[in-house]
Ligand binder design. Structure first.
Ligand code: FNR
Length: 369
């Protein structure tokens, strides 16, 4: 216990702010793993637009309210959370820390968030459930087999207490990540899981309908980027629409996630939950997403940076900092909870202050990342 306390003190001292995770992660990762984590596809325009779409949103705060007591908790798909945050699925987490997906699930269990476990992440569905039985876990699948293969994964996820099941649908063709290609880097998941891609390529609304008819578990589609597809998804019984462009790692020259969010929220019209990811690195980003109608946000690269820098404990600490940041924003907007938050708290500026790039959320970082 005393050791645990000392370790926690150390993490707090080493990482008083989020950007401190970046140099620590960089120092621990080789060039291949670093570029795989932080990079995007081709010109990385989609990735930059993720940041740009968040940075362009300015706040319209209200003042002279009693904000002594703040509530930054929420309920998502029936689960009470300390923050409306999902650790987005990341393949090969074990490349950033040996604990891999188990470490992230344990961290979110300790903090009170959600881990969406990637199907291409070790130690795998069963071992992660055993390592973190009480954590709120969602299983994310890339379709690499026929209907029986898919159903086997859903059955196992249900049997092991996963609260929902997610299909990622924006990776029919693996994105051209030029940082990786230029140096011949292949992530562990890519080395072992690039088989059966034709199943993903053929996966369509009829397949989704079949699965919806067969299973009660909440279903999520990750990679929705238009109101049109959101409308189909809701009509077909999808429980949560996950607005995402895969962190700009797939289709280049896409729109920023936060720019897509309003049209999806409008199309969904309360009939399903909405998740947003892409460039979320700060408490302000989380509050902006919720103001525009998201129910939760996904966090990708920041999760990887915290895990690489300081292991599962780093992920817990990162979530603690985000919680403090969210509370600071809510209070300074004159709000005591998300129920009072809405688009009226947002103003769309024509430009961003900081030119967007992969780590532009952290302008206090020294040069060289
Ligand atoms: C990902 N992402 C991803 N998505 C998914 O559905 N399954 C996966 O296995 C992976 N793997 C993965 C690896 C790495 C290293 C990264 C950075 C991302 C995409 C991820 O879930 C999420 O959509 C983005 O990371 C969100 O953008 P930010 O937060 O990284 O800007």
């Amino acid at each position: 216990m005393a050791d645990d306390q000392n370790a926690a003190d150390t993490v707090e001292k080493l990482y008083p702010v989020l950007h401190k995770f970046v140099p620590a992660a960089r120092a621990k990762l080789d060039d291949g793993a670093w570029d795989y984590l932080v990079g995007g596809a081709e010109t990385e325009t989609t990735q930059k637009r993720n940041r740009m779409s968040l940075d362009r949103l300015a706040f319209r705060p209200r003042v002279m309210r009693d904000v002594r007591t703040l509530d930054s908790t929420c309920t998502f798909l029936g689960r009470k959370l300390n923050l409306p945050v999902i650790m987005a699925p990341i393949g090969s987490l074990q490349q950033f820390h040996p604990s891999g997906g188990a470490g992230v699930s344990q961290a979110v269990g300790e903090f009170g968030a959600i881990h969406m476990l990637s199907s291409v992440c070790k130690p795998g569905l069963e071992a992660v459930a055993e390592a973190a039985p009480d954590a709120a876990r969602i299983y994310q699948l890339y379709v690499r087999g026929d209907a029986a293969w898919v159903d086997d994964h859903i059955d196992r996820a249900i049997a092991h207490g996963y609260m929902a099941f997610c299909f990622t649908i924006d990776l029919d063709y693996y994105g051209r990540r030029e940082r990786d290609k230029a140096k011949g880097f292949l992530s562990v998941s890519r080395q072992t899981q690039a088989v059966g891609e034709e199943y993903q390529r053929s996966f369509n609304w009829d397949d989704f309908k079949r699965i919806r008819d067969k299973y009660d578990i909440p279903l999520i589609l990750k990679g929705i980027a238009t109101a049109e597809d959101a409308e189909i998804a809701v009509t077909e019984g999808c429980d949560a629409i996950y607005v995402s462009n895969h962190g700009g790692r797939q289709l280049d020259h896409g729109r920023g996630g936060a720019a897509v969010l309003p049209e999806v929220v409008q199309a969904v019209d309360g009939r399903a939950r909405v998740i947003l990811d892409g460039g979320v690195m700060r408490g302000t980003d989380i509050v902006k997403a919720l103001a525009l109608g998201a129910d939760a946000v996904g966090i990708g690269r920041l999760q990887g940076l915290a895990l690489a820098a300081a292991g599962p404990e780093g992920v817990v600490h990162m979530l603690n900092i985000l919680e403090e940041e969210v509370q600071c924003v809510l209070g300074n907007l004159g709000l005591t909870g998300y129920d009072q938050l809405g688009p009226e708290h947002i103003y769309m500026e024509p430009d961003t202050v900081n030119p967007p790039h992969k780590l532009s959320a952290f302008p206090l970082l020294e040069e060289g990342y």
